[in-house]
Design a protein around this ligand. Structure first.
Ligand code: PXP
Length: 239
């Protein structure tokens, strides 16, 4: 059964709306773990719009499963990761003006910088995943660079507006997951996944872990975080 890593950035987004100390993503992480998630994801952005350095430090001390740090491949973030030692770093592209990560890292363009970041992090004994679009060239480049894992961007599939676009986008995700698995990369998948779209992954055994944030935190507003996580885990169990 694939695992579930829950992204708690949006809890910090709500806190930062008031610039006070509630709700705390560290408390959210504890609930997420008690509900059965396999890991907790946070994205420490350059502009610190949601997750703060303090959150990452406290999460490192309190998380019992896996702390997954999403970050840009910058010198500042690499230094923070080497100090905090998350269980996995996921390298993502980052633009200040975007609402959320808009696509995978383009390894044709950023190969050298990403390679350096992967090497520096691995030297510090931190495994590295690279967030890539579902494109065989990107998967092969991630493998050549020496990443431990890829996270396949599922956003185009989740946001597709026509059945044709949706099935084409899904086929790309499937082919990329299979290729990454053949290359012996760890295979994660995420972005835009929800309680309906997750069902499409039935039978796709190559995916090791889903990384899901918005839909779970959004549902938690109505049903509570514990139930929102458990309901997603129940759907993943059926895949
Ligand atoms: N994976 C990556 C690399 C992301 O940047 C995000 C969003 O922070 C997610 C997964 C989770 O996406 P969503 O919040 O749409 O579930």
């Amino acid at each position: 059964m694939p695992g579930l890593a829950v992204n708690v950035d949006h809890v910090a987004t709500l806190r930062e709306a008031r610039k006070i100390n509630i709700p705390d993503p560290v408390a959210a992480a504890a609930i997420v773990e008690l509900a059965g998630a396999d890991g907790v994801v946070v994205h420490l952005r350059e502009d610190r719009r949601h997750i703060q350095d303090r959150d990452v430090r406290l999460l490192r001390e309190t998380i019992k499963t896996k702390l997954i740090l999403e970050m840009g491949a910058t010198r500042e973030m690499i230094a923070i990761a080497l100090e905090i030692k998350p269980d996995l770093v996921t390298l993502v592209p980052e633009k200040r003006e975007e609402l959320t990560t808009e696509g995978g890292l383009n390894l044709h363009v950023h190969k050298d910088g990403v390679s350096d970041a992967v090497r520096a992090l691995q030297k510090g004994e931190i495994p590295v995943s690279i967030f890539v679009d579902p494109d065989p060239d990107q998967i092969k480049l991630a493998h050549r660079i020496g990443a431990n894992c890829v996270e396949i961007h599922t956003g185009t599939f989740c946001d597709a507006e026509s059945p044709k676009n949706r099935s084409e986008a899904f086929e790309k995700v499937v082919n990329s997951a299979k290729l990454a698995h053949q290359l012996k990369l760890g295979v994660n998948a995420g972005h835009g996944l929800g309680y309906q779209t997750i069902k499409d992954f039935k039978g796709l055994s190559e995916i090791d872990e889903f990384s899901i944030g918005h839909s779970i935190i959004g549902r938690a507003v109505f049903v509570g975080l514990d139930r929102a996580v458990r309901e997603m885990i129940a759907l993943i169990k059926e895949l």
